[in-house]
Write a protein that binds this ligand. Structure first.
Ligand code: FE2
Length: 294
């Protein structure tokens, strides 16, 4: 059985067959998948019924796992999954849908805004690996935007203008957009803004991409309203249908994407239904810009 990757969207989303990721992979298989990620940016696998341990073992082929601490308002005692599994479900620790006004649910609604996972961390994520354990029949699609294609389509003047810009990213900004502004002092400290370049260069392919995210709240050296207006404009450009793909989940699908070159968001669904999605995150290995001293 050899790995085959076919186009779902040419050069952006590939569909993988010929591999059982519940089992240990050999180095050739890992290299083929990593090359696929460099070529596409989003890879879709079907019929991969994974345990959490199998998902972590698969993910770690691509680098160390990111710890989930600092990325949400769920308290350790409330967690449904272990600390290396990002719980992207709508469930509490008893496997029941969170109440409409539950603070954790309201915070998680931020996933409906276009973002790149962990852009709020000083060293942001490399890949995300999302497993659909229980999917909903209607809605809940995950959309992806190709930020390399979006960058390529900018005019030369805009490319020159943004080349060296640095943004500040924080969960405070993305949640603030939704009016989720009540944070404890501990949360404010945890969500302290970090700096990220607006234009990133892929370490393997050398391709440039726009590094946007709902977590981006300002541009260093710019008045905030001007920065927000400009970032909103760039976002509008980047999520045009010609740059996006929507994944409609089937049970046991697994989707992995490169956070360095894509944005994504989940579409709304009936949250009285159980949607059990579990993410592992492959940590990045470098800052995009030096961070300010605290
Ligand atoms: Fe996400």
């Amino acid at each position: 059985m050899s790995i085959k990757i076919t186009d779902l969207t040419p050069g952006f989303v590939g569909e993988v067959s010929g591999v059982d990721i519940t089992r240990p992979l050999n180095t050739d298989q890992v290299a083929a998948l990593e090359a696929g990620m460099d070529r596409y940016a989003v890879l879709v696998y079907h019929d991969q019924s994974l345990t959490d341990d199998q998902q972590k073992a698969f993910s770690i082929n691509f680098g160390p796992l990111e710890h989930t601490a600092g990325g949400n308002v769920t308290k350790a005692a409330e967690r449904r999954l272990d600390a290396y599994m990002a719980d992207v479900s709508n469930l509490d620790a008893n496997q029941q849908p969170l109440a409409r006004d539950d603070r954790r649910r309201l915070f998680n609604l931020g996933n409906q805004l276009w973002h790149s996972d962990s852009s709020f961390r000083a060293i942001p994520a490399k890949y995300s690996v999302l497993s659909g354990r229980i999917v909903v029949a209607t809605g809940g699609h995950t959309q992806f935007a190709d930020m390399r294609a979006a960058y390529d389509a900018l005019d030369a003047g805009t490319k020159a203008d943004i080349e060296n810009l640095v943004c500040e990213h924080s969960l405070i900004y993305s949640r603030g957009t939704l009016g989720f502004t009540e944070l404890s002092n501990e949360e404010k400290q945890m969500f302290k803004p970090v700096r990220q370049r607006l234009v990133r260069v892929h370490p393997v392919t050398g391709r440039k991409s726009l590094y946007l995210s709902s977590h981006a709240g300002t541009i260093i050296g710019w008045p905030m309203p001007e920065a927000r207006a400009f970032l909103r404009d760039l976002n509008e450009h980047a999520v045009q249908p010609r740059f996006t793909y929507a994944h409609k989940w089937k049970q046991h699908d697994l989707v992995m994407w490169d956070n360095r070159t894509t944005m994504h968001r989940v579409r709304r669904f009936d949250e009285t239904k159980i949607r059990d999605m579990r993410r592992t995150t492959v940590a990045g290995d470098r800052v995009t810009v030096e961070q300010m001293a605290a």
